[in-house]
Design a protein around this ligand. Structure first.
Ligand SMILES: [Zn+2]
Ligand SMILES: [Zn+2]
Ligand SMILES: [Zn+2]
Ligand SMILES: [Zn+2]
Length: 466
C-alpha cells in the first residue's frame, strides 16, 4: 500500500483464526502461508464485526457497542459477546474475505510481480543506523505514526535498495509496503514514533534519495495499521501500466505548494465564469473521491489508477486549452498522471498539488477539501474536517464509512448506514444481496459465483462519463 496501490484487495487485506477455516478438515489442506492468510482474515473479520457494532452516536474517546439489543461499555465485553454469540457470522465473513482475496490474486495477477529481494551478498550495513542506544521497547511500543513518501530518482540497482529497505524496516519493526523501481521509491510504513523517526533519518542520510523532512507525510497510526511488511522491486513505483522509459516522471506538471493551490482553487470558486478555462482534476479512484474531494472537482469514475491513461484518452476534448489543477493523496499519482496528460499536448498548463491532499490538509484542515481522506491501510480513511459528503447506498442519509460487501466473492465496498445494516442491507447492491442469500441457502459446495452485480455493471472499465 505504498501510496495507492489501487487494488481493493490491498485495501481489504484480510485476516482469521485457523480454527474456523470452514471446518478443520479443510484447514489441513491449507499450506502454512494459506493458514496464516486465513487466520489473518478471521482476525480482520472479527475486528470489522466488532467495529460495525460500535455506537456511532457516542462521543469519541468514550466508545460503546450495541449488539443483540445489549449495550457494551468495555472492549473486552463486546469481544466476549461476539466470540460467544456470533461465531458463525464471523466464520462466514472470514471465509468470504479469504475467498475474495484468493480470487483477486487469481484474477488480477500483478503484471508487475514483485521480485522479492534476493539474498545476494551486498553490503548494505553502512546504511543501517546504529540503534544500540534505543530500547526495543521504544521501537515497538507507544504511540506511532504512518509515513507516506515517494522519491523519483534514477536507481541503478533497485535490488540493493530493496535489500537495504527490508533490513532497515525489519530492524525498526515497521510494517507496510515499500515499492522500489529504477525510477525511484514509494513507501507507506507504520511503526512507533521512535522507529519512524529513525527511518526518516536513515532515508535522509542515504545519498541517492536527497529527501527532506517535509517529503514525509505523517498521520497517527502505527505498525498495527498493516498486516505485514512487503518490500519489493517493481517496474513502476505506482502502478499506472506505462513503461517509465517511455513516459518519464520528468515530464510532470508544475508543482504548486498547498498555499498556491489553495489560491487557485479559491479563484476558481469565487469567479467561476472567468475561470471556466480551469479544471480541478482528482486523479484518484472513484471510491476515494466519493468520500472526500475538493469542491467542484472533476472526479473520474475509475477503479484503478492504471485506467487513468484510458480516461484521459477518451476525454481529451475536456482538457483542450484548459489549465488543469491535479491532485491525489500524496502527490505520487499526479507525477506521472500529469506527465501523461502533458504528453497529449492539449492542455494550456498542467499543475499538480505538491504533497497531495495530505500536505494540503496539514496546512488547510478546513480548506476546500471536504470529507475524509481515503488511505490504503486498515484505517480506511482519515478525517480533518467533520463533513460527510457521501450517502448511504440504501437510504441516502449521510454516511462515509466503507465496509466490504457481505456477499461471498464480492469485493465491492459499500456505504450502508447502521440503520440499513440493521435492516439487512449489507451487500453492495440489491442484486448482490439476493445473490448472497441464494448462496447461504445453497450447499457450501455450490459452484463459485462470478463477481457480477449492479456495481460492476455500472462501472465500465473505461469510463464513458466525465
Ligand atoms: Zn450480538
Ligand atoms: Zn441507510
Ligand atoms: Zn457485492
Ligand atoms: Zn453490487
Amino acid at each position: 500500500m505504498a501510496e495507492d496501490d489501487t487494488s481493493l484487495s490491498e485495501f481489504m487485506d484480510l485476516d482469521l483464526d485457523s480454527r474456523t477455516c470452514n471446518g478443520v478438515k479443510q484447514e489441513r489442506q491449507l499450506s502454512a502461508s494459506q493458514r496464516r492468510c486465513y487466520s489473518l482474515c478471521r482476525r480482520k473479520s472479527f475486528a470489522a464485526f466488532v467495529a460495525s457494532k460500535r455506537d456511532s452516536r457516542q462521543e469519541e474517546g468514550n466508545p460503546s457497542w450495541c449488539c443483540c439489543g445489549q449495550i457494551f461499555k468495555e472492549h473486552s465485553d463486546i469481544h466476549k459477546h461476539v466470540a460467544r454469540t456470533h461465531d458463525p457470522e464471523i466464520q462466514q465473513l472470514a471465509q468470504d474475505a479469504y475467498q475474495c482475496l484468493l480470487k483477486q490474486l487469481e484474477e488480477e495477477p500483478e503484471t508487475q510481480q514483485p521480485n522479492e529481494c534476493e539474498t545476494e551478498p551486498v553490503d548494505i550495513s553502512a546504511w543501517i543506523p546504529d540503534t544500540s542506544r534505543i530500547s526495543e521497547e521504544q521501537l515497538q511500543k507507544g504511540p506511532g505514526k504512518v509515513l507516506l513518501y515517494y522519491q523519483y530518482c534514477q536507481l541503478k540497482d533497485p535490488h540493493v535498495i530493496c535489500a537495504w529497505q527490508k533490513a532497515l524496516c525489519e530492524k525498526l519493526h515497521l510494517t507496510g509496503k515499500v515499492r522500489v523501481a529504477t525510477e525511484g521509491i514509494n513507501g507507506t510504513v507504520g511503526g512507533s514514533n521512535m522507529a519512524t523517526d529513525v527511518y526518516i533519518d536513515a532515508m535522509r542520510s542515504h545519498p541517492l534519495f536527497k529527501m527532506e523532512k517535509e517529503d514525509f507525510k505523517t498521520s497517527d497510526g502505527g505498525a498495527e495499521c498493516f498486516k505485514d511488511l512487503r518490500v519489493g522491486v517493481y517496474k513502476e513505483i505506482v502502478p499506472m501500466g506505462m513503461d517509465p522509459d517511455v513516459l518519464s516522471y520528468r515530464l510532470a506538471g508544475v508543482h504548486l505548494e498547498p498555499e498556491e493551490f489553495h489560491k487557485e482553487v479559491e479563484a476558481l470558486l469565487t469567479k467561476p465564469d472567468e475561470n471556466s478555462d480551469t479544471i480541478l482534476l482528482d486523479c484518484r479512484n472513484f471510491y476515494e473521491s466519493k468520500i472526500g474531494q475538493f469542491t467542484q472537482c472533476l472526479a473520474p469514475s475509475i477503479r484503478k489508477f492504471s485506467y487513468f491513461p484510458d480516461y484521459v484518452d477518451q476525454n481529451l476534448d475536456l482538457f483542450r486549452d484548459k489549465k488543469v489543477l491535479m491532485y491525489c493523496t500524496g502527490g505520487i499519482r499526479c507525477e506521472r498522471g500529469s506527465a501523461y496528460l502533458r504528453s497529449k499536448d492539449v492542455c494550456k498548463e498542467v499543475f499538480q498539488l505538491k504533497g497531495g491532499i495530505h500536505k494540503y490538509l496539514e496546512r488547510f484542515p478546513e480548506g476546500f477539501y471536504r470529507g475524509k481522506l481515503f488511505v490504503f491501510d486498515e484505517r480506511y480513511a482519515i478525517a480533518s474536517n467533520k463533513d460527510v459528503i457521501s450517502d448511504c447506498r440504501y437510504c441516502g442519509s449521510p454516511w462515509d464509512r466503507y465496509q466490504l460487501c457481505s456477499t461471498r466473492f464480492c469485493c465491492q465496498l459499500v456505504l450502508s448506514c447502521p440503520g440499513c445494516r440493521q435492516d439487512g442491507h449489507t451487500a453492495c447492491c440489491p442484486a448482490c444481496q439476493t445473490k448472497g442469500q441464494a448462496q447461504s441457502q445453497a450447499s457450501p459446495s455450490a459452484p463459485h459465483h462470478k463477481e457480477e452485480c449492479e456495481c460492476t455493471d455500472g462501472r465500465p472499465r473505461i469510463p464513458q462519463d466525465a
